[in-house]
Design a protein. Structure first.
Ligand code: AMP
Length: 215
């Protein structure tokens, strides 16, 4: 069993690498951003709050809401091969709580993969990012300029929180709130860092070298 965390700023290529990892290693994908976008489509107070915090303010949802979502998701999706956590944990509290939650199931975090890119590159990539509102798949018009329709038939849109003023807030939050987790992961001996500006296949190969060790 592999419980893997994929961590990196917006636009670092987590989505692309997550797809490879899930396909190759059969892990269950837990992507909090996608879970929140789906939940935020409901017409209730919680959805209103989620939309306000993510799309208008560009800030993180409270740890309590996220941890409840993760708790329920793990209970609903038991996995023999393990989980790929993508976009979670994003705060020290979330990291410590995940360790505790897995510990209660006699499991642990096997490894954490950090995709490191500069803010300049992140901003460039995010401005070219498109999303399918139907299935949640992401595309880049840098690598696929003529793409306007998703493989599932959905018409691609630009995410509201990918607008430049929100993006700079989200990157600032990554440095301030999420980056401190990296130090803890290092101390826990689970962190591997990758240059997110390498070619996609080079990053995938390097990630595979790490994950193959746990098969
Ligand atoms: P993402 O698609 O991962 O960039 O997430 C979109 C937005 O959802 C973020 O900007 C946050 O507002 C919220 N979000 C996603 N994951 C988390 C998390 N682990 N903790 C708090 N907020 C989150």
């Amino acid at each position: 069993m592999i419980n893997c965390i994929l961590i990196g700023p917006q636009g670092s290529g987590k989505g692309t690498q997550a797809e490879m990892i899930v396909q190759k290693y059969g892990l269950t994908h837990i992507e909090t951003g996608l879970m929140i976008r789906k939940r935020a489509q409901y017409h209730d107070k919680k959805a209103e709050l989620m939309n306000h915090l993510t799309n208008k303010m560009g800030i993180l949802l409270p740890d309590g809401i996220i941890l409840d979502m993760i708790f329920n998701e793990l209970a609903e999706k038991p996995s023999e091969k393990g989980y790929l956590f993508d976009g979670f944990p994003r705060t020290v509290k979330q990291y410590e709580s995940l360790k505790e939650l897995l510990n209660q199931k006699n499991q642990m975090i096997t490894t954490a993969l950090y995709l490191n890119i500069s803010d300049k590159e992140a901003i460039k990539r995010i401005s070219s990012r498109r999303l399918c509102p139907k299935c949640g798949k992401g595309y880049s018009i840098l690598s696929d300029p003529s793409r306007i329709v998703c493989d599932c038939g959905g018409i691609l849109i630009k995410r509201i929180d990918d607008e430049p003023d929100i993006v700079s807030k989200r990157l600032e939050l990554f440095h301030k709130t999420t980056q401190p987790i990296l130090e803890l992961m290092k101390k826990d001996g689970i962190l591997s860092e990758f240059n997110g500006q390498d070619q996609i296949y080079i990053i995938s190969d390097n990630i595979s070298k790490i994950l193959d060790k746990y098969l």
